[in-house]
Design a protein around this ligand. Structure first.
Ligand SMILES: [Zn+2]
Length: 259
């Protein structure tokens, strides 16, 4: 009989709620879903100083672009309260460096891994030109960013969720993704577009994505062989837009507790 009153009270409360009348009692403060100071994002700087990846239309190594943008994103994340953000820099030749960066990332107990790259095109699409008296190679055919996730990552669903958040955030800043990875001419670099709104592709075999034990996404931030986009990628304004989109996506991912 002792329980009669609480049960009655509960039923009464349910009736009030179903009638659409607001409960006047103060709501219990919810536990924060996102603890920014302890939420660790690894920003992986693509390639190494020794093997710097693609070469821009004006002869600048991709690694320089990756490092500059990753630093800018890291600063924006730290400013937003994600104090544990880590910039992952790797040395040496490509293959050992690839394995080393995944091992180091896995040892760091991070909630998110984002690899920062800048895009090029297959060799046969490149044309010659001269810039400041030096020979360069370019292709103005494609521009825009692209996001990649691996189905073989142990946290594939979370990886995809973050990539979609980032793709939408980039779009909200008027940045367009490139659809050219769906084209037949891309040959072995052709990818499956899994989210046509957010610009997310599957790249299952990519080592840094499949072997990372946390949700992992690779961002090709823009094409540096496109002569106009290369200049844009060098501008602090474009870098700030990408950094702002990254902060928004990390905030939403962290708040959703998906990690
Ligand atoms: Zn790259």
């Amino acid at each position: 009989m002792k329980l009669a009153f609480p049960i009655f009270a509960l039923l009464a409360a349910a009736a009030v709620a179903s009638a659409g009348i607001a409960d006047a009692r103060p709501a219990k403060p919810a536990a924060p879903a996102c603890d920014r100071p302890t939420f660790r994002v690894i920003l992986d700087v693509g390639h190494t100083a020794q093997e710097p990846g693609a070469v821009s239309a004006r002869g600048v190594p991709e690694y320089d672009f990756n490092l500059r943008l990753a630093r800018r994103i890291a600063a924006a994340l730290v400013k937003a309260g994600f104090a544990h953000t880590v910039l992952l820099l790797t040395d040496g030749a490509a293959q050992p460096a690839l394995l080393a960066r995944v091992q180091r990332a896995n040892a760091m107990q991070a909630q998110l891994f984002v690899s920062i790259h800048h895009d090029s095109v297959p060799e046969f699409l490149l044309a010659a030109w001269e810039f400041l008296g030096a020979d360069g190679r370019f292709s103005d055919r494609f521009k825009g960013h692209a996001l990649f996730v691996s189905r073989d990552n142990a946290r594939f669903r979370q990886s995809l969720a973050f990539a979609q958040l980032l793709g939408r955030a980039l779009k909200s800043h008027r940045l367009e993704y490139t659809p050219h990875y769906t084209l037949k001419l891309m040959g072995p670099r052709r990818r499956l577009l899994v989210d046509a709104r957010a610009g997310v592709y599957r790249f299952d075999q990519l080592v840094v994505l499949k072997d990372a034990r946390m949700p992992a996404v690779l961002l090709e931030a823009g094409s540096i062989v496109n002569r106009a986009e290369e200049l844009s990628m060098e501008s602090p304004e474009r870098q700030a837009l990408i950094a702002a989109a990254m902060v928004e996506a990390v905030e939403k991912f962290c708040a959703a507790g998906r990690q």
